[in-house]
Design a protein around this ligand. Sequence first.
Ligand SMILES: Cc1cc2nc3c(=O)[nH]c(=O)nc-3n(C[C@H](O)[C@H](O)[C@H](O)COP(=O)(O)OP(=O)(O)OC[C@H]3O[C@@H](n4cnc5c(N)ncnc54)[C@H](O)[C@@H]3O)c2cc1C
Ligand code: SF4
Ligand code: SF4
Length: 1018
Amino acid sequence: MDATAQPLVFRPPRGGAEPWARLRRAIVGELHTDAASRGRYATDASIYQVQPLGVLVPAGDDDVRAAMAICAEAGMPILPRGGGSSQCGQTVGAALVIDHSKNLGRILELDVERRTVTVEPGIVLDALNARLAKDGLWFPVDVSTSAQATLGGMAGNNSCGSRSLAYGNMVHNVVAIEARLADGTEARFGPERDMRAEAPRVRDLLEALRAIGARERDEIARNVPKTMRRVGGYNADVFNPQSERPYTADGSVNFAHLLVGSEGTLAWTRALTLALSPLPRHRALGVVNFRSMREAMSSAQPLVTLHPSAVELVDRTMIELARANPAFRPVIERALIGEPEAILLVEFIGDDAATPLRQLDDLAALLGDIGLPDRLVRLPDAAAQKALWDVRKAGLNIMMSLRGDGKPVSFIEDCAVPLAHLADYVDRLTEIFRRHGTRGTWYAHASVGTLHVRPILDMRRDGAAKMRAIAEEASALVREYKGAFSGEHGDGLVRSEWVAWQFGQRLTRAFEEIKDLFDPAGVMNPGKIVRATRMDDATLFRYPPTHRTLAVDTALDWSAWDVRSDPATGALSSPGSGGDPAHGFAKAAEMCNNNGHCRKFDAGTMCPSYRVTRDEIHVTRGRANTLRLALSGAFGDDPAHPAVREALELCVSCKGCRRECPTGVDMARMKIEFQYQWQRRHGVAFADRLVATLPRWAPYASRVAPLVNLRNRIPMLARWVERPTGIAAARTVPSFRLQPFAGDAQAQAADADVVLLVDTFSRYFEPENVHAALAVLRAAGYRVAIAMPQAGDPVSRPLCCGRTYLAHGLVDEARREALRVIQALAPHVARGAAIVGLEPSCLLSLRDEFLALHLGADAERLAARALLIEEFLARERAAGRCALPLRALAERRALVHGHCHQKAFDAAGVVVTVLRWIPGLDVAPIESSCCGMAGAFGYATSHFDVSRRMAEASLLPAVRAAGRDTLVVADGTSCRHQIADFTRTTGSREALHAIRVLARALDETAPRTPAPAQSTQA
Ligand SMILES: Cc1cc2nc3c(=O)[nH]c(=O)nc-3n(C[C@H](O)[C@H](O)[C@H](O)COP(=O)(O)OP(=O)(O)OC[C@H]3O[C@@H](n4cnc5c(N)ncnc54)[C@H](O)[C@@H]3O)c2cc1C
Ligand code: SF4
Ligand code: SF4
């Protein structure tokens, strides 16, 4: 297949540096032209990478207006961008990228009566819907990327959600678009009847568009697919409706619909007016189990006759992935009957509870009629429904987290075929994959004939050739079934060359005319939809065959990422066999596929620094991209480049991404590695060394505690040491105790059930936490030992997990500390004792970083027995071995702030669980991300403001709102200190470790619990 005319060319702006200088003067927002910033905007969720000329983050629409004027004069291309989550390369190009996601996200007008809202383009769908829910409304184009997709980008791509069967795509829900053309002309594009008094430029434009519509009427009827899901080309069918679901109720022309799906190639969207829907009050979900994929696909057509809001497919592979996850297993198994090859999730909605339930009955009856009785699992309750939808999303995430160079590639992911042909289409495409030595996992929108499938391809090797071959064969199927080559994700770089194939040469010329009418200079996102490059132009790939990786002598073990995957089976080669010159470090960074999920802002932890800055450089994706580029030599031959250091500066190592990034990008671990590489080349700053070596000097400092603590009492002293220590004078620091925890007379070393690993912070700053732990464990009947250095350990000071060293990249020192711990605990581990700790970041190092320090099997054995104290208590109670005598407290409520590392290891919920054992105590988690202190991060002068903003995002307001009868619980030393520090002036609040609360609630009058029969079970 030949691409259409005029390939994408790099056009330097006329006037050399002059336009940049003018731009800088003209705007209030940010203009970035350095290599790293441009690199961060060179990719989206596609396989492509093109360096933009520069990046503008406008402060407001005036900045965009000024920039567009200067670009028009200089002939500089413009590329509008929202979340950058496009899958087809829509948002990569050699242009000035204008990122509207940071500052252009206001709701301009909400008309609840008329159910319309007018928004700026940068508002994110979830943010909009959170606001609309207050009025019982929502914007129903529920894309999977709702947490990061902006309305401007959704309109640009004509996005579609899972419930498009009920609500349609963007084009069905956009009422009007206020647009600015490249020449500065501004106009409100909307229903034709409202567009009468326009300026001559707009009048002429509309006239010419109408003429094209009239002239191409037959061609549109002949060549525009009749499917509801069709997002390729321009929507020329506004003039001659073709979609199964008309764009307007009465078939009238709405010029905004021509801009929807135009991928930023026609005009800049300044604002959008959207049609809203009432929030469905009641839902019911039916899960239909099928013995074969074919049976499932053949059933889609009869099922949609029942008018469900969604019919979503989950195939066998995804079912198995869900089953393999302990958290999801009970959820998926509740939905299964036997061993189905596929399930369809059929959702009904209604204003009253009875309607969707009645529709479930109809579904059961219909299944009986088509010979599939007893295949339905009913999920009428909301919690079960949500859990199952979450499983479907997680399954996709696991699929996307495949390691190795072969990745599931999106290029035929959203072909739409009429439902009557869906079963044949799936069978034949599966056969095509097999012939090309690959396979695909099928999921998503069976209701509208758009099944997602991504074959696994290796773009560095034979991926490009296979991609073209598979695309050619798939396109033949789509043609045969009269479907649409793009039913959801648009054209971009991967599919624009197929526009001519889909719509024919004549209509493609008409599309070019439309482009030229709007944008005669061709500056709006050139090379997309019309005049495209070839999909397999390797010069545009993120990983072309020429991709290289710098050699790095890594400190941590990255071998699990250094593997190859078999595209046909998904099997991985052995760790370390992937051929990565950076021993897997580069491949770990490459796991980021740019889906942008780390830009979410409401739920979970990831990514606290983005939530307060909204900067691409300070989000996991920006960091992974910067690191990837550095490791590929994009900034020179030194992988420890200052650009990476800058990108990692505000990473608080919360491990939020480790758990919440769909592909498991673990930036906290990467930061350790990078800092190690940096220190090797540049040495360690005094302030960093001071904090890192705390375990070494803490014993001495505690001996002169009153003297050391003067820093907190004398502001001048705090100011005086601010510069050398880097610690903000405005901060207090934890106070040393003159009497730190110094051991325990009753400790039973040899036969203890539990070995308590006392961390440096508890020992020197809050020894009462250790005493509380001992009291609780003994009250529950356990024999407890305190972890002590091994006999003959040449280091006399107490054990330490090495976290402070890790946090500063001092990996060799951390390894030495870890080795002491492993050796000291090995005998206890061997006899099956539980190793228990109080400080989440310390104890969880044993389960995380210790395994990356090349410490062998002893480290793995230790990790398997290491538990936070609440995890231990909950495990024991579940096994019937722990009966704590507890009585009610004076306080009736407790609010729990989970430490980020607890959340990353699923160990936050258990704190709530154990506190709920206290009679009469109402315990609730605080929905918070990172507290902002994050070890020593928040103490640094340079981080003070960001740290405060992180705390103020949700934690501090919740703490301040809590009454005096409410306990504030936080297991992290730094979290507790952050709460204390920022409530000092507004009515001081002390947060407690959960173990202190349990210890307080111990009922001393209750008879002692006998020692558990056998508590040393894993
Ligand atoms: C894992 C994953 C799941 C996805 N699921 C779905 C799904 O369920 N349904 C779906 O439809 N898509 C889906 N997508 C694709 C993508 O997320 C959506 O198309 C999304 O709506 C894009 O929003 P965005 O803000 O990221 O836009 P961007 O990617 O930033 O931009 C999209 C297009 O709009 C243009 N544009 C942006 N702003 C403007 C503006 N102000 N003026 C003019 N043009 C502009 C851009 O130039 C670009 O061409 C998915 C992607 C991923 C990675
Ligand atoms: S870091 Fe993870 S969540 Fe963020 S864009 Fe990359 S893959 Fe997605
Ligand atoms: S570790 Fe935390 S701060 Fe750092 S990138 Fe991941 S989520 Fe963001």
